[in-house]
Design a binder for this molecule. Structure first.
Ligand code: ATP
Ligand code: MG
Length: 648
């Protein structure tokens, strides 16, 4: 990747000091970076002591067989005990763990003491159904509190969970059940989405006509809709848990015991089954949740809007927050049901202080208009987080102004399913933030940017993001496929983890994510980042969202094709398209001017809200579109294809 073009395109000069009140009392300090730099393993050994170990580890990292890492390998712990029981033993049983808010408006607050009882009963129920340590359990649920209970019950008995997003089709579920050879499936009759009950169990029934080895389906009653039932196989959750004891003695599991398998979002291709283990994973999720969100468990109300079906839900709804004794909100439904202010109503209702969401959601709120959040009292908020995609500077500024009241630090957290926990992020109270930059590797994490020959690039240059040292919550392998693990992550640059993302270092050495390496465009010999062209487009007042791809072009190698969604009230015209091209030219330079701009109503996104540029590239190059199984809404592609043929 040639540095000049990437480095000099986007100029973002805005800077935001950490608020003094926050800085005075922040969990993270500038000294953390220095301490970790001086003794990285010592730093992580110290963080491991945040947890309660049945057998304290004496070993920190075993890297004798790279890239297969072992962290804290001679230690033993129970992850569920760490997330629940120990808080109760510490006298915090009455603290609310979860404020559950159902889409229809029902709500329930669950204390740590109640959570302990529910998790114990669920663990006993799994044992009654024959699930044992080492077995795999598939979880296919809506965003309800029982999803957290189910995951913790698995962790408690040492069963490895594989959560499959509740919106996936029966085929997607079937292949994941098959791949993990799950013995039991936990599902629900349905969940509420967009104002109505949406069935889940039929997808499991269908999936189980295609795969074998599942003895039981444990069914949570949520919507009370009619569902098919297989006697002997299907078991009601409420019936079996009700008769279980609320006592269950947690067994200590090895630090490297498999905690879960989770498939990546499928943005760049077929999803990969990522394996995470126990001690290192919990250490890093716990530490990062404490440091990156500045969590004060006594007073904060934390809300992560992700779904448990993706890694953010695992690490920052279940394991990070609960291991820290946080009080959090879990919301079942969509942000526009029954109205477009639902999120802000929830922030106001529970006095949410820390909010963690995704750029796709922020851009949607921008599109809906400033007046909607303005109707609610958001003054309780003190830290805002972003994850999932590069956040466009304009969306960052909007988030800060309209949600954060101009006072909350924004933590733009870069990480992946594979990394298990946040790796690069500003620290609230410490970092002077820059809109659009994830900035700096966290204490104990070693990240840099390299060129094609694996040389570290100087400040002011772009290249590939790599992680140069193993980290506690790193993936241990791709489930059942060690070779693919080596090939995908550890072969591109010898001895370094290749993240698959492009990045640049600015003059201060801060890291800016530039999108997927696969998405970087090569135009007349210049590398141009999709992220930067998209950010330039979103910086225009008429544009709400945009996706940019490089399409094969006889003269320039690749030509930039942009798909844009206009803001509410703006109408499409040839003049506007010209104006947008000129705007990109002015912002980034003439080389970055899109050859074509197509106005569309929607963009193809994964279920976790990421733009799937590879599908747009297929369209721009007139190919049949590739794997769409993780697409949120498959009709979107038909619409875009139609409008595309129309414009030719
Ligand atoms: P697949 O690996 O199947 O293509 P995916 O990479 O989208 O899917 P995830 O693990 O959910 O699956 O997403 C991780 C990716 O999301 C990162 O590699 C990066 O491209 C992007 N990402 C996440 N957070 C950020 C961020 N703060 N800034 C920029 N990019 C981010
Ligand atoms: Mg990925």
């Amino acid at each position: 990747m040639s540095s000049e073009t990437l480095a000099n395109l986007l100029r973002e000069e805005r800077r935001f000091e950490p608020p003094a009140v926050l800085a005075a009392n922040a969990n993270a300090t500038t000294a953390d970076h220095e301490r970790a730099a001086a003794d990285r393993l010592g730093f992580w050994a110290e963080q491991a002591r945040r947890l309660s170990w049945a057998v304290e580890p004496t070993e920190t990292l075993d890297w004798s067989n790279p890239p297969f890492a072992k962290w804290f390998a001679d230690g033993k712990l129970n992850v569920a005990y760490n997330c629940v029981d120990r808080h109760v033993e510490n006298g915090l049983g009455d603290r609310v763990a979860i404020h559950f808010e159902g889409e229809p408006g029902d709500s329930r607050s669950i204390t740590y003491a109640q959570l302990k009882d529910e998790v114990s009963q669920a663990a006993n129920a799994l044992l009654e159904l024959g699930v044992r340590k080492g077995d795999r359990v598939a979880v296919y649920l809506p965003m309800i509190a029982e999803a957290v209970v189910a995951m913790l019950a698995c962790a408690r008995i040492g069963a490895t969970h594989s959560v499959v997003f509740g919106g996936f089709s029966s085929d997607a579920v079937a292949s994941r059940i098959q791949d993990a050879q799950a013995k039991l499936v936990i599902t629900a009759d349905g969940g509420y989405r967009r104002g109505k009950p949406s069935a889940l169990k039929p997808a499991i029934d269908e999936a189980l006509t295609k795969v074998e080895g599942v003895d039981h389906v444990l069914v949570i009653r949520r919507t009370e809709q009619e569902i098919p039932w297989t006697e002997g196989r299907d078991v009601w959750w409420h019936e079996i848990t009700a008769r279980q004891s609320t006592e269950h003695t947690p067994e200590a599991h090895e630090a490297e015991h498999p905690l879960f398998i989770l498939y990546t979002s499928g943005t760049t291709g077929k999803p990969k089954g990522i394996l995470h283990t126990s001690g290192g994973y919990l250490t890093q999720t716990s530490y990062t949740h404490h440091a990156v969100f500045d969590l004060k468990p006594e007073t904060d109300v934390y809300w992560c809007t992700a779904d448990i079906g993706w890694v953010t839900g695992h690490s920052y709804i279940v394991y990070g927050p609960l291991s820290n004794g946080a009080t959090q909100v879990i919301y079942e439904g969509t942000p526009d049901t029954p109205h477009q202010g639902r999120f802000w109503e929830i922030v106001q209702k529970y006095g949410v202080t820390i909010l963690y969401t995704a750029p796709t959601a922020i851009r949607t709120f921008m599109k809906w208009g400033d007046d909607i959040p303005a109707k609610f009292d958001l003054s309780s908020l003190r830290v805002l987080g972003s994850v999932g995609e590069p956040i466009n500077p304009e969306a960052w500024i909007w988030y800060r102004e309209h949600i954060g009241g101009g006072k909350c630090p924004i933590v733009d957290t870069w990480w992946q399913t594979e990394t298990g926990a946040v790796m690069i992020s500003p620290l609230p109270g410490v970092t002077e933030t820059k809109p659009g930059s994830a900035q700096r590797a966290l204490p104990g994490i070693a990240a840099t940017v390299v060129d094609d020959e694996a040389n570290e690039v100087p400040n002011g240059s772009g290249g590939y993001l790599v992680l140069t040292e193993p980290w506690p919550s790193m993936l241990r392998t791709i489930w059942g496929d060690d070779q693919r693990y080596i090939d995908t992550y550890w072969s591109r640059f010898q001895g370094r983890y290749f993240a698959g993302d492009g990045a640049k270092k600015d003059e201060d050495g801060d890291i800016w994510l530039l999108g997927r390496v696969d998405d970087v465009m090569l135009v007349s010999g210049h590398n141009i980042s999709t992220t930067e062209v998209e950010s330039a487009l979103v910086g225009h007042p008429s544009v709400a969202e945009s996706a940019v791809v490089g399409a094969a072009d006889v003269t320039t190698g690749q030509a930039i094709v942009a798909f844009v969604i206009l803001r509410g009230g703006v109408t499409e015209s040839p003049e506007l398209v010209e104006e947008l091209r000129a705007h990109v030219g002015r912002t980034l330079g003439p080389i970055a001017k899109p050859k074509q701009i197509k106005v569309v109503g929607e963009l193809p996104k994964t279920r976790s809200g990421k733009i799937m540029r590879r599908l747009l590239r297929d369209i721009a190059e007139g190919r049949e579109v590739g794997d769409t199984t993780t697409l949120a809404d498959s009709s979107v592609m038909n619409l875009i294809q139609l409008s595309n043929t129309g414009s030719r």
